[in-house]
Design a protein around this ligand. Structure first.
Ligand SMILES: [Zn+2]
Length: 468
């Protein structure tokens, strides 16, 4: 009996998570993510290295696009098996895939127009990678599974989903099977979160595994001491209120927005900040927040206690969820200090752009960043201190206060990953380091080798490994 792993993404890079597992005639994927780094985007268009209709199942760790974003293409090309994941992941993935389908369609239309003007056709015929309809075709295949319950992928091969503490619904997955009479477990970390984050439960212990695939996004560094995020946000709000401006927060729809609401509600309850109005002006974040509300069983103890005493942080009296574009525009006419949380998190699109237009040239307002800003994005230019930026076709002087709140990371760092790996009760036969830039993955591999003496490999894109 031969067990084969193929590393089809997130191998010496951080997106496009996709690992093919072959156990006898059974074939399934762990994650089916979109490549998002510019230099790897072409891989999204490559044919799958297997016939999609020959694949039996997909096991999905969580709903981030770099883990689920290629599912519509897989289904479009013939996959009809089940997509196993936690219930919350299934619900959030639907929202995220619909949005991705829409963006793919819009991008293709934009390129078509540009290429028509230039009298040429792009390399993919200017067609979208997939459409909204393709995204919808995935929905009937989702098979939600509870945490901590062994499920049969096929008789003889079981999977168990455990809390990863990364984003709402996230999991790491143990796959159990029998190899020539001996029990074997392969553990797929997905993305690993951290302990003591708001709302989310802490990651479960790893327990037992013969082979482990572990992420290494921050495998080469240790996060700064966790600064007091809440105090930092409180200070910014107070200073901006005193100056008479608004607080504009570019934020990601999944997890970051909900964590922000939690901190703000806590500050309001404690009377630590003035009574300002807060707008969550992101239809996607609003939809995702509904999924949070639906699954209180996934909240940690602190969150449950907070709700019992103070009510839900997704429902406090100063909070408004804006739906239509008109409601969004009305926000700009409000008097007094308000806080607007809107997407996209790096200011590359979405409603945040209108709010920036209305506030970035006002010295009394604050643009508050709460997440990583990638090179080449508008957000990056603002945090790097460009004196003038172009938004929606016009130039604006940057006069607003630019603030960055650090400490929100959803990924475990080097030390935290080691700590989680050493919850294994016995050393694995081999550890595969994935989901990290080459440097980070290799440094982390070396670090684990040194600390534990385990056998460690850092696979590259399309490498294969036979498990004995
Ligand atoms: Zn993730």
């Amino acid at each position: 009996m031969e067990i084969k792993l193929s590393f089809l993404g997130a191998a010496q890079n951080v997106t496009g998570s996709r690992h093919l597992v072959e156990i006898d005639n059974l074939k399934f994927l762990i994650d089916c993510g979109l490549f998002q780094e510019r230099q790897f985007k072409a891989r999204n268009w490559e044919p799958f290295p297997f016939a999609p209709d020959s694949l039996d199942a997909v096991l999905l760790t969580h709903a981030h696009l770099d883990h689920c974003g290629l599912l519509p293409k897989l289904v479009k090309e013939g996959f009809r098996g089940r997509i196993y994941c936690t219930g919350a992941t299934a619900e959030i993935a639907r929202i995220i895939l619909l949005d991705a389908g829409k963006i793919q369609e819009e991008d293709a239309a934009y390129k078509r127009k540009r290429h028509e003007k230039q009298g040429r056709v792009g390399p993919h015929g200017d067609l979208p990678l997939y459409t909204v309809e393709d995204a919808e075709a995935c929905f009937p295949l989702f098979a939600p599974v509870p945490y901590d319950k062994e499920i049969d992928i096929t008789p003889g091969v079981q999977a168990t989903f455990s809390e990863a503490g990364h984003v709402f619904g996230s999991s790491f997955i143990n796959v159990d099977y029998d190899q020539n009479g001996e029990a074997r477990t392969v553990l797929f970390s997905g993305d690993m979160g951290r302990t003591d984050r708001p709302i989310l439960r802490d990651p479960d212990a790893a327990e037992e595994a013969d082979y482990v695939l572990v992420e290494s996004t921050y495998g080469d560094r240790v996060h700064d001491d966790r600064k007091d995020i809440k105090t930092a946000i409180g200070e910014i709000i107070k200073a901006t209120k005193a100056a008479g401006g608004n607080i504009i927060v570019p934020s990601f729809a999944l997890e970051r927005s909900q964590e922000l609401l939690y901190y703000i509600d806590e500050l309001l309850v404690e009377g630590a900040i003035p009574d300002i109005k807060v707008f969550l002006d992101s239809p996607m974040a609003s939809r995702i927040t509904k999924v949070f509300r639906k699954h209180p069983e996934l909240f940690d103890r602190e969150m449950r206690r907070f709700i019992r005493t103070n009510g839900s942080p997704f429902d406090f009296k100063n909070l408004t969820f804006t739906e239509g574009a008109n409601d969004s525009k009305k926000i700009n006419h409000m008097r007094g200090t308000i806080m607007v949380i809107a997407g996209s998190g790096m200011c590359t699109g979405g409603r945040i752009k209108h709010h920036l237009v209305n506030n970035i040239a006002r010295p009394e307002s604050t643009i508050m960043f709460v997440g990583y800003q990638a090179v080449g994005t508008l957000g990056r230019r603002i945090v790097e201190g460009d004196p003038e930026v172009r938004i929606l076709g016009q130039n604006y002087r940057v006069k607003a206060r630019i603030a960055q709140v650090h400490g929100f990371s959803a990924h475990a760092d080097k030390a935290e990953l080691l700590e989680w790996l050493t919850t294994l009760k016995r050393p694995p036969r081999k550890l595969f380091v994935v989901h990290g830039e080459t440097n980070s993955a290799e440094q982390f591999g070396e670090f684990i080798r040194e600390k534990t003496g385990w056998q460690v490999a850092v696979p590259d894109y399309q490498d294969e490994a036979l498990l004995d």
